[in-house]
Design a protein around this ligand. Structure first.
Ligand SMILES: C[S@@+](CC[C@H](N)C(=O)[O-])C[C@H]1O[C@@H](n2cnc3c(N)ncnc32)[C@H](O)[C@@H]1O
Length: 892
């Protein structure tokens, strides 16, 4: 049997993640975007065609304007193809999913699924016809994404799918599989991300693309870090040379890049945190800003030359994803209410926000950097028109290149961008040009010149945009454009651009763009813009325009030192302040610890942490900055950003991976900080041998998974106890009490593991325990041993071992204690559930205008609350605490 394990995977094993991903009943609204839902579909097959189980919904899939507009545009000109296009829009959507995490780990889980379940599925018949096995999405790298036509309800309820469904649920629960819409996987791939890239995802919630971006930043990291560790341990020859060379380019192999994932809607930003947190990336910051005026992020200033003023530095990004809010008519297969609700006004109303977001993205990009703009709408007003309007506002094709991606993802069937289109007005009139629209539209019409195709003089090669139509490979509809910034830009005032000015005429590069050349700015090492702190910084047009549009008047700009972001903040609607129990307004705290802090010193010495592991990136999440309950870890760049921008109006919602948790009631020689499962993959390679136990046999791991708190004492016959722990027994006996690292090593033979794995272990006086939640133990038992086994808890009151119902009771008692500890931690470090409810409402209000048509998977406060509660319940299996009922586990 194939073992599929997670070595230093970005996402190890975590109960809270497990709970989080059980996001039952996430609610979507008509016209919303996003992944994961949908039915299935049929068609095709060998002798007898497999059944098309996708049932048509009761909803009437007709909309006169929707059909007339796209038929008038001739977006799919060939008549046979056009019929296929409309027919597919009326069918339900197949399910698609991808395997997540580091490549090695994802391949392991995939192989397990394919080898174990595909032979079973290929024999299943439903309603007298064979069902189709999931098919690989051909253009997705490494064969890690699949699409499946059998509808979800059949997979869920039809008995022959039972085992497969259980596996899917379990692996989705622990984050090894992500349900994501087929076409939604495209944009991150076109960003071409490298491990050192600074990446911004402007409209990121619920986070399926952010997850892909994080994976891309960490690609190849495992190998590089292993090579770096081998070198530190004087075992250079153990590495194959290439990764070692690469590892030296980075930070001891660690990726130096960063993802800033942002969403304007506070509630959705929390959803985003839930999604991306489980990837355990220290190279991630989540923010909560309006992308149309995303603040410039400040970096630490460089030392000034003698006699020169200090320079402020601002982060510019290598890659930006603008997966903007849109009308989402390309998702009508999974959101059939779009058929009923479609109106030309939806696209017309979103255009200006989309142009502003893309313009802001282009401003924040490094020269040579790349923006991917995407929507799941078929409407050219939200697509080609936005792209051409943003390029116009940023100085035309001399400044921004629309990249031809026709050679990328060659097996993806797609159509070129539209060179020409008409606009449908609110009333259903169709106009070929702005002058024509002007004749019939009233003053309050949303139609502007920028919504129409650019003239030939603008030379925008819109055919380089990518349109994916539903009939091409049985997916949703999607639009993608890739842009490269050729040189520094200064976006011209919106009022002078074709996205706003009703009598706009093309006049060559706008003056403001020419002025930008004279702007006193210096590029430092291709990463930052320097602004003389003693000069009033220039407020970007995007900052002021978007706010002006909302508030009808741009306030006077009082340009003081470092005010650029401040102004953007002031122009925003009243920021949502979070309240704590004391009612005080509060921002999240990210306080870095002094590397010589006594608590950290105790950690270094107990775990014999090699000095090569960075010691200045540990942080806490309380305003006082004391290591009270949890210690987190972030990358260097994340640290610089969090520290430099503290108290300057940036709304950071999440950063840092939980690395150590305080453990009470312990003996004198035991470190009070246990390694947290989230942080284990990051730090374990740097932990000294004195805290490491090695395991090679599946049978031993099985015992540790099934048995909680197995005793070490042998029985009266000298049997059992530590002796029953086979190859780890003696090691456990010899190791000092406290937290240690269990390294599962790869080895040959039927009882060996194909892939290594690392787990946290707690050695107490008389027993030991894997620090894994029950759900994770069960998922691993299912994955590795194909077993749905009842766990045995030896940690019973009076020291009685038990199983079955009694064992469940025992574990509940242990968990209740764990829950209590976790609850306190949550109270201090994250948002209280009740607060979330209020913030959610406010966040929803704030984003309502632009989000109403585009939001998907809105999580109601109660749902979020349920998730939080579940998460707390499934707290990590804790090592012993005083009073837990087992004297063997009670610490001295
Ligand atoms: C299409 S969804 C993004 C889907 C996401 N990229 C993913 O792959 O999971 C659009 C998101 O944009 C957010 N949004 C809407 N207006 C925004 C704005 N002005 N600034 C930032 N985010 C915005 C919405 O809250 C919504 O979560």
């Amino acid at each position: 049997m194939q073992s599929t394990l997670c070595l230093r995977s970005l996402r190890p094993i975590n109960c809270s993640r497990m709970a989080r991903t059980k996001q039952k009943g996430r609610r979507g609204r008509g016209g919303h975007r996003g992944g994961g839902r949908g039915g299935g579909g049929g068609g095709g097959g060998s002798q007898r065609p497999p059944q098309d189980n996708r049932r048509s919904e009761e909803i009437v899939k007709q909309n006169e304007k929707f059909q007339r507009y796209y038929n008038t545009l001739d977006i799919v000109p060939d008549s046979t193809e056009n019929q296929a296009f409309w027919a597919s829009l009326r069918r339900e959507l197949p399910n698609s999913f991808r395997f997540t995490g580091s490549k090695g780990h994802a391949l392991g889980v995939r192989n397990n699924l394919v080898e174990r379940f595909f032979p079973i599925i290929s024999k299943i018949e439903h309603d007298g016809r064979p069902v189709e096995i999931p098919t690989q999405i051909p253009w997705f790298p490494d064969g890690l994404a699949y699409t499946m036509k059998t509808p979800k309800n059949v997979v869920r309820k039809y008995e022959p799918f039972k085992e497969f469904q259980r596996f899917l649920v379990s692996e989705t629960g622990v984050g090894n599989i992500s349900r994501q819409e087929h076409v939604s996987m495209i944009p991150p791939l076109l960003l071409d991300i490298r491990p050192e890239h600074t990446v911004l995802d402007l409209c990121a919630a619920p986070g399926s693309k952010s997850a892909q971006l994080i994976e891309a930043i960490h690609a190849g990291e495992e190998e590089r870090v292993l090579a770096a560790i081998a070198k530190v341990n004087g075992k250079e020859s153990a590495s194959n040379g290439a990764p070692l060379a690469e590892s030296e380019q980075y930070d001891s192999g660690r990726s130096t890049g960063l993802l800033v994932a942002n969403d304007v809607n506070y509630q959705r930003a929390q959803m985003l945190v839930h999604q991306v947190k489980r990837l355990n990336s220290p190279n991630l910051i989540v923010t909560n800003h309006d992308a149309t005026m995303f603040p410039s992020i400040e970096l630490p200033s460089l030392p000034a030359a003698p006699g020169q003023p200090k320079k402020g530095r601002y982060l510019k990004f290598d890659r930006i994803l603008a997966d903007v809010p849109c009308s989402g008519d390309g998702t009508c297969r999974k959101n059939p209410s779009i058929w009923k609700d479609w109106s030309p006004q939806n696209g017309l109303g979103l255009y200006i926000t989309q142009v502003r977001i893309l313009t802001r993205a282009l401003q924040m990009l490094k020269t040579g950097g790349r923006v991917v703009y995407s929507t799941c709408s078929l409407n050219p007003v939200e697509n080609e028109a936005v792209v051409s309007s943003a390029i116009e506002r940023c100085g035309g094709v001399a400044k921004v290149r629309l990249v031809d991606c026709s050679d990328k993802l060659p097996s993806l069937i797609r159509s070129q961008g539209l060179p020409d289109w008409n606009i449908m007005s609110r009333n259903g009139n169709i106009y070929e040009s702005y002058p024509e629209a002007e004749q019939y539209e009233t003053e309050d019409s949303k139609i502007v010149p920028g919504m129409f195709p650019p003239g030939p003089e603008e030379q925008i090669p819109l055919q380089h945009c990518m349109r994916v139509y539903p009939h091409q490979q049985d997916t949703g509809g999607f639009f993608i454009a890739v842009m490269e910034k050729l040189s520094e830009i200064r976006a011209k005032p919106e009022a002078e651009s074709k996205s706003m000015k009703k009598d706009w005429k093309f006049q060559g590069p706008p003056a403001a763009v020419a002025e930008a050349k004279a702007e006193p700015e210096t590029l430092v090492g291709e990463i930052v813009k320097e602004i003389d702190q003693h000069q009033p910084p220039t407020i970007s047009e995007a900052d002021t325009d978007s706010a002006a549009a909302r508030q009808n008047a741009a306030p006077e700009v009082d340009a003081g030192v470092g005010t650029k972001r401040k102004v953007a903040e002031e122009l925003q609607p009243e920021p949502r302040k979070r309240r704590r129990d004391d009612g005080a307004a509060n921002e999240e705290s990210f306080k870095y610890l002094d590397p010589n802090h006594p608590e950290l010193e105790s950690i270094y010495s107990f775990y014999e942490l090699t000095p090569d592991f960075p010691r200045d990136r540990f942080l806490v999440r309380n305003p006082a900055g004391d290591p009270v309950k949890g210690i987190y870890y972030s990358s260097q760049l994340a640290k610089e950003i969090l520290v430099t921008n503290e108290g300057r109006g940036m709304k950071f919602v999440h950063a840092g991976v939980k690395m150590f948790m305080k453990q009470d009631s312990q003996g004198q020689d035991i470190c009070r900080w246990r390694i947290q499962t989230e942080g284990l993959p990051i730090i374990e390679g740097w932990v000294g041998e004195s805290r490491v136990i090695r395991l090679r046999k599946k049978s031993t791991l099985r015992k540790l998974l099934v048995e909680m708190f197995p005793k070490l004492k042998v029985d009266e016959n000298g049997e059992g106890g530590w002796k029953a722990l086979d190859e780890v027994g003696k090691q456990v006996l010899d190791i000092g009490m406290g937290c240690c690292v269990l390294r599962v090593e790869a080895s040959e033979g039927p009882d060996g593991f194909e892939e290594p794995l690392t787990l946290p272990l707690w050695r107490s006086m008389h027993s030991l325990n894997l620090m894994l939640p029950k759900e994770e133990r069960k998922a691993m038992l299912l994955r590795i041993f194909n077993e749905d086994t009842e766990l045995v808890n030896h940690d019973m009151k009076g020291g009685k071992a038990a199983n079955g119902e009694a064992a469940v009771k025992g574990s509940v008692a242990a968990e209740e204690d764990a829950v209590e500890v976790e609850r306190k931690i949550e109270a201090d470090e994250t948002i209280e559930v009740e607060e979330l409810g209020e913030d959610a409402k406010l966040g929803e209000q704030l984003a309502a205008d632009q989000d109403a048509l585009a939001a998907e998977d809105i999580v109601r406060a109660e749902e979020l609350e349920k998730m939080e509660t579940e998460e707390t319940k499934v707290a990590d299996a804790m090592p012993e605490r005083a009073g837990e009922g087992d004297e063997a586990n009670t610490t001295v």
